[in-house]
Each structure stands twice: as C-alpha cells, then as structure tokens.
Design a binder for this molecule. Structure first.
Ligand code: ADP
Ligand code: MG
Length: 357
C-alpha cells in the first residue's frame, strides 16, 4: 500500500558492516555541547556537568510493534525516536542524545535502511537530539530497532510516577485515542488492498488519525511550558498504553486513588466521527487505545489557576485516598472501577483485579 523508494537494491553485504555504519551515519554531526565524542570510537563520551542523567531504552520488533505493510520505514525511524524521547519528557527532562541499534535480515537492501535513517535523522534534528552511537548486526528474520535515549534535568525538576497526593488534579496534554483509530484505519485499508491491489484508498478524512499513528510527536514542549507557568507536577508518566493503565501506574506508584471524569477526556472530532463509523465507544478508545505519546501528570490544586487557560492541558480528574480506589465517572454519573484495559463493564470480570469499595 505504501511503497518506500526501493527501486534501487543494494545488498547489505556489498557495503560490509563498517561501510554500512559509515554510510548510514554520515549526516549525524553532533550539535550539543554535552556531546564530547559521538559516533566513531569504541564508545561515546558525554559531559552533563552537574545535571542528573536520564536513561531509557525501547526495543521495536517487526511483526510485534510495527508492520511494514503500512508503516513506511522513514516513519518507523521517526517514531522509534519519539517513543524514547517521550519517556525522557515524562521525567520532566530534556532529551539530548540517542544510540540506535539495528538488526536487519538480507530482505532489507541498503536503500531501506537509508529510509529508516532518514526518519531518525529528521526526528533528531527537529528535537535537537544528537545520535552518538549504536550497533549494527544481521538478523535471520525481519527488522529490530533498539534506541536508547539520554536526557538531562536539574535534580529538583525531575518528576517521578510516585509523587501524586490525594486531591491533586489529574491533567493530560493534547487529545487521546487518535493513534489507535489511525491504526484501525490502516489495518482496514491493508485488508482492502490485499483483496484488490488496484484499490485507491481515500484516506483524506483520516489524515489526522493516520499521522498520529505513523508520525507521533513526543511532548518536548511540556517541561518548558510548565516551567514557564511556574508549575512542577507532583507525578508524571507518558501515555503509551492508554489512559487507563497510565492512571493506574500513577496511582499504584503514588499510593493514591483517582476519579477520572468521562466528559473531561479530550477527544479530537476526527476520533469521535471514526468511532461512530466503526461503532465503538470513543471513551473506551481513549482509555485503552495507546500510542498517544501525550503526557499525563498531577498538580497541586493550588496550581490550577496557572494551567486552566492553556489549550494544551486538560484537567480530567483528581486523585483521592488510596482506599477509595480508581474510578471512571461516566457522563451518566455512574462510578465504574478503572481497569488496565478500558473499564470493567467492557471486559472479562476476571481481569478486573482492582480493589472495589
Ligand atoms: P564496536 O565494534 O566497538 O561495537 P562498531 O563498529 O559496532 O564498534 O561501531 C563503530 C561506531 O559506529 C561506534 O561509535 C558505534 O556507536 C557506531 N554505530 C554502530 N552502529 C551504529 C548504528 N546503527 N547507528 C549509529 N551508530 C552506530
Ligand atoms: Mg558494534
């Protein structure tokens, strides 16, 4: 359905490992003063002076985390960087360097890896991140990408999952559910394409959703925004698995409960209309969809006035005492226990291991 520009086919073996590394990384000039030595030695050398260092890794496996039938390689490279940067931003820190390790089978020509690296390069450039190393090896099946991201923060600025207090407000950035619905559209079109390779899908109405799935943008802007507003979150996490499981992580790590208000969950109109088309509940999608790469955090009620006018930030609930549990308050004012995927009225009851009152 999506074709990468792979008319040229240069076998990986033609360049050899070192030739390939040189070829893929030739555009990667380090820009940050904290990068002392980037690619080209046995290891990179970084200097963060007195700042705390943030480290995070993600591994993406073909067939498990991505499907190249609808994921162009350039987008995959971009998204792999975003997934990691998002974890750094979720610590209220700044992402600074990444290392990129890849394993590719000989199904992938050099040109395919060039596409992948063009996405990595674009993301690194736009997010002001240096690529400082990696590893390159072969795989017997498919493509694997592992990225490690480093970041920095002042000790006192770092926000953990564990600091939320009862009565803190629960805040989310952006809107939710679009990436998941983008994936549904892509899966549907893949089936249509399989049945009829000449079909020309009209994906225009779904542009926003597909972009959120294929080209997510990590929230680099939020840490500086909060600093400017004079707000330090009490806890924070990024939304990779769906709102509901991230709320549960915050609650468990902070030993608090939460009330989430259905009517407050921010949804793009495109999500609402495509959920109608697929006949699924948009709240379920926001709660369980995942891959939004927005940030979820808690703030003291005293800080409400500082954030209330900001269009990037929505207050969606508040924290409670731990014994009160974690609940979704529906539009009909029903109180349903939150579970890791959706809420219990939608799921197998056995899966609902959360405490009930
Ligand atoms: P070593 O044998 O010490 O592992 P390599 O030959 O694998 O060294 O790597 C040489 C240099 O190229 C190192 O700086 C390494 O970090 C970098 N590098 C290797 N593979 C990649 C890659 N896929 N992306 C970015 N840098 C890489
Ligand atoms: Mg190596």
């Amino acid at each position: 359905m999506f074709q990468d520009s792979q008319d040229m086919r240069t076998n990986l073996s033609e360049l050899g490992e070192f030739g390939l590394i040189d070829h893929l990384t030739k555009g990667f000039e380090p820009k940050l003063s904290s990068t002392v030595k980037a690619i080209g030695d046995d290891a990179a050398v970084l200097n963060f002076e007195n700042k705390h260092t943030i480290v995070t890794t993600d591994l993406l496996v073909e067939g498990v985390h991505f499907d190249l039938a609808y994921m162009p390689l350039k987008h995959l490279g971009y998204k792999a960087v975003m997934v990691n940067a998002s974890d750094v931003y979720a610590m209220n820190a700044k992402a600074t360097q990444i290392t990129v390790s890849i394993a590719a089978s000989n199904r992938f020509p050099v040109e395919a890896l060039e596409e992948l690296y063009s996405g990595i390069e674009l993301a690194a450039k736009l997010y002001n991140i240096d690529v400082v190393g990696g590893d390159t090896t072969s795989s017997t099946s498919g493509l694997l990408i592992s990225i490690t991201a480093l970041g920095i923060a002042e000790k006192e600025d770092i926000v953990y999952r564990s600091g939320a207090k009862p009565n803190d407000l629960l805040v989310v950035t952006g809107d939710l559910g679009a990436a998941y619905m983008g994936l549904q559209i892509l899966e549907r079109e893949k089936e249509v394409f399989k049945a009829n390779p000449n079909a020309q899908p009209d994906l225009d109405p779904y542009t926003y959703l597909i972009e959120r799935q294929l080209k997510p943008e990590a929230r680099k802007d939020i840490a500086p925004l909060l600093k400017e507003l004079g707000v330090k979150p009490t806890s924070m996490i990024d939304i990779s698995d769906g709102l509901s499981s991230e709320i549960i992580h915050l609650c468990k790590n902070s030993q608090v409960g939460a009330n989430l208000y259905e009517e407050k969950i921010p949804l793009d109109p495109a999500v609402i209309s495509v959920c109608e088309e697929f006949d699924i509940d948009s709240t379920t999608i926001a709660l369980s969809g995942g891959e939004d790469y927005e940030l979820l955090f808690t703030i003291s009620q005293d800080d409400f006035d500082k954030i209330k006018a900001n269009p990037n930030l929505s207050v969606i609930g508040h924290m409670t005492e731990e014994k009160e549990g974690m609940h979704l308050i529906t539009r009909a004012n029903q109180k349903l226990p939150l579970i890791a995927r959706g809420w219990n009225s939608m799921e197998d009851k056995n899966e609902n291991s959360e405490k009930k009152e």
